[in-house]
Design a protein around this ligand. Structure first.
Ligand code: PRX
Length: 706
């Protein structure tokens, strides 16, 4: 046993692990590797595989950890295996039992109807997600218990603004806003767009939609106007809720101004937003159209705090959330009410070992504009009656210790963040967490991208004081909740692996024909059976839904990630297999960035690939061919970067931009992206260039500094 309660892998394990390294480099040459059409050898083996080899410790769960969490929800690996086996053998029986813990206004006639790719869960049942998140606790005597803790970013007087919202207050505020939405004519089934900062009114608005049976589409507040336009048009929203501005690192993000710009462009495209509700947050001067704009405080002032929860069908739409795909157009992922509610709340309970009466305070640092915030700030947390904390601003405002100050101030017990954030904390240095009392922490989590073991160990030692279990949760916007994850009191963890499938998840690594591959062979990650919170479609695009997830391997959900499974059945995610890159844990389609670049008049052609990045995991490299009229210059580079940011948001701003007279292409005209990835990573290409049309293009690229 080593310090920190970890054990070294046995010699046998170590051997099989180095075998796996050999396997992976073999993969590069084998035909199995061809299933990664757009991945280079270097890309697969860089962060997610090679750095794993530097760490060979296993971290078994301890009884002390379970005690600290108030007792284990799943006690041992044996118990996990038994429950998992049952959950996949009899999904209806398993989920039927779990769902008994929720309030249903009408029971289901069958738990599951599966007609691939269409799943219906809790068929015929009626419920309301908001009722399960809030009203139920009020009815059970918890009106005064805190459900939501919020901390604002500014610290003008040295102390930040903090709000503690009890379930009773949440019920009042949600009901008032639900009535306001009804007064604006919002009907059951329609999609309300929410473009707000991280303020309590955002979850309040989401829950208000759920309360009246309307759906929401939350747009991340960091997106610029064009992203609002696309999403509003796709969702056909008539009502948008926003803020005058949002606080970010001490400055104001002009949300209403962005919405105004979007609304103008929408009108030009024949779609008018009828009502725009504006929450006053930053008191920034804004433009006002009295016929369309309403202050949040005015609309709620007129309404009563009585608003009964609408009974909705389990399969009624709860929300649409847009995510990048491999084409330029984001996909509106559809999630419905019953299955999403049951699965997110149950995964939250098991993965984080939540207990309602154990003084837990759960903090997920994601923005609610991403699925992580939907599922593990709002919908998965509230039904568990564990307070959920949300923070408005940046981790380094006013200084790099802000997160640790928050942990100490609110006695946070569960801390859930992304590897990119952990790498930033590492860079800022351990003196920041050391300044604060982090003794309240009992469990740490990560999500969004493979975590490199160095970051895992730093997190474990510096934040978790070598005593907190770490759950590395793999999932996607499409899966709704965790699908591969350790259970903190049951699963021994290995840095870099998201370990084992959650209950009900029949995950596997297969080849192109759907055959399961032997251990340590890289292949396609699939899920072979339906689960309650699986996406129900892409909004308005049935064919894309089928093509993206269900066509490549008949009858199986294709996650879009390459992965391998080791000899103990643990999953290791190797990276995306499509033209999607994962920048700071956020998905971005390379084609979206290319389209943004080409929309600039100086650009005739662009190719975008991922490149290794110390903090972001993957950075963005753009290769740009200019029009004959344009002249390459540093100023133009800066302008193009800024242009991408103004179209897609700061997340998409290229980290590296190179001008090139021509892009390397095959004779059939396809851009050789693998080659560009090697150039971006500063590596000699191992790629076969025999099909390259113009060797001069490659030579020019190599000679061209950023
Ligand atoms: O590539 C995987 C990566 O993030 C993708 C999903 O992105 P998104 O839908 O934006 O949701 C992110 C938050 C759930 C996946 O296809 N990913 C997510 N979690 C992990 C991960 N890769 C490795 N390990 C993880 N724990």
């Amino acid at each position: 046993m080593l310090a920190g309660g970890c054990v070294r892998r046995s010699a046998v394990d170590r051997n099989s692990f180095s075998n796996s390294r050999a396997q992976i480099s073999l993969l590069a040459q084998s035909s199995t590797f061809d299933i990664f059409p757009r991945m280079s050898i270097s890309q697969v083996s860089s962060t997610s595989v090679e750095s794993l080899l530097k760490e060979d410790r296993i971290f078994p769960p301890h009884t002390a950890q379970a005690d600290a969490l108030g007792g284990a929800n799943v006690e041992s690996l044996e118990q996990y295996h038994a429950l998992h086996a049952r959950s996949v053998a009899d999904p209806s029986g398993f989920w039927g039992e779990i769902a008994q813990d929720f309030e249903w206004f009408k029971p289901w006639t069958s738990v599951l109807e599966w007609n691939c790719p269409d799943a219906k869960w809790f068929v015929g049942a009626q419920t309301n997600v908001c009722f399960n998140a809030i009203d139920r606790h009020v009815l059970e005597g918890h009106a005064n218990d805190v459900g939501l803790i919020w901390e604002g970013e500014p610290q003008a007087s040295g102390m930040p603004e903090v709000r503690h919202l009890a379930y009773g207050e949440l019920q009042d505020e949600v009901s008032r806003f639900a009535n306001a939405l009804k007064a604006l004519g919002v009907k059951k089934g329609e999609i309300v767009t929410l473009y707000m900062g991280m303020v309590p009114e955002l979850p309040i608005a989401m829950l208000a939609c759920a309360r009246i049976g309307a759906a929401h589409s939350v747009i991340f507040g960091g997106f610029p106007a064009p992203s609002i336009v696309d999403r509003v048009l796709d969702a056909k929203s008539r009502v948008i809720v926003t803020c005058d501005g949002a606080w970010r690192r001490g400055s104001v993000v002009p949300l209403k101004k962005n919405v105004d710009e979007a609304m103008q462009s929408l009108v030009a495209q024949g779609h008018a937003i009828e009502h725009c509700v504006v929450l006053k947050r930053t008191a920034t001067p804004i433009e006002w159209n009295a016929a369309r704009d309403h202050w949040w405080h005015d609309v709620i002032a007129k309404e009563s705090s009585e608003c009964p929860c609408e009974a909705v069908d389990a399969e009624d739409l709860l929300f649409v959330l847009y995510t990048s795909g491999s084409t330029g157009k984001p996909k509106g992922i559809r999630h419905t009410s019953g299955g999403y509610m049951v699965y997110t709340a149950y995964t939250a309970r098991m993965t984080f070992n939540l207990k309602p009466n154990a003084n837990h305070v759960f903090w997920c640092t994601a923005d609610i504009g991403w699925v992580t915030g939907h599922s593990y700030i709002v919908y998965g947390l509230l039904p568990n009656r564990v307070p959920t904390l949300m923070y408005e601003g940046a981790p380094n405002f006013p200084a790099e210790d802000r997160f640790w100050e928050i942990v100490a101030r609110h006695r946070v017990t569960h801390f859930y963040t992304a590897p990119t954030a952990i790498r930033a904390f590492m860079k800022w240095g351990e003196s920041h967490p050391k300044k604060h009392d982090l003794s309240s922490l009992k469990l740490l989590g990560t999500v969004g991208e493979p975590i490199n073991p160095e970051a895992w160990i730093w997190y474990h030692e510096q934040i978790g004081a070598s005593r907190c279990p770490i759950v590395d949760t793999f999932w996607q916007t499409e899966t709704g909740g965790h699908v591969i994850t350790p259970l903190p009191c049951a699963t021994p963890t290995v840095p870099g692996s998201c370990t084992l499938p959650f209950f009900g998840i029949d995950a596997a690594i297969v080849d192109e024909t759907g055959n399961e591959l032997p251990p340590n062979t890289g292949g396609l990650l699939v899920i072979r059976k339906p689960w309650p919170s699986m996406l129900r479609g892409i909004h308005g695009d049935r064919q894309r839904f089928i093509d993206t997830y269900w066509s490549r391997i008949a009858g199986m959900y294709l996650a879009g990630d390459g992965a391998r499974r080791d000899e103990r059945g643990y999953f290791w995610i190797m990276g995306r297999i499509d033209d999607v890159i994962n920048v700071s844990g956020h998905r971005l389609g390379t084609m979206e960035v290319e389209s943004a670049l080409v929309s600039h008049p100086a650009v005739v052609e662009a190719a975008v690939v991922g490149m290794p990045h110390e903090i972001k995991g993957t950075g963005i490299a753009a290769f740009v061919t200019l029009s004959l009229q344009a002249t390459a210059s540093e100023a133009l580079k800066a302008e193009l970067r800024e242009h991408v940011s103004s179209v897609l948001g700061a997340i998409a701003r290229p980290d590296m931009l190179r001008f090139t007279a021509a892009l390397p292409k095959t004779r059939s005209g396809k851009i050789m992206r693998r080659l560009l990835r090697d150039v971006a990573a500063g590596k000699e290409s191992t790629q076969d260039t025999s099909t390259l049309d113009d060797f001069g293009a490659l030579a020019a690229l190599r000679g061209n500094d950023e």
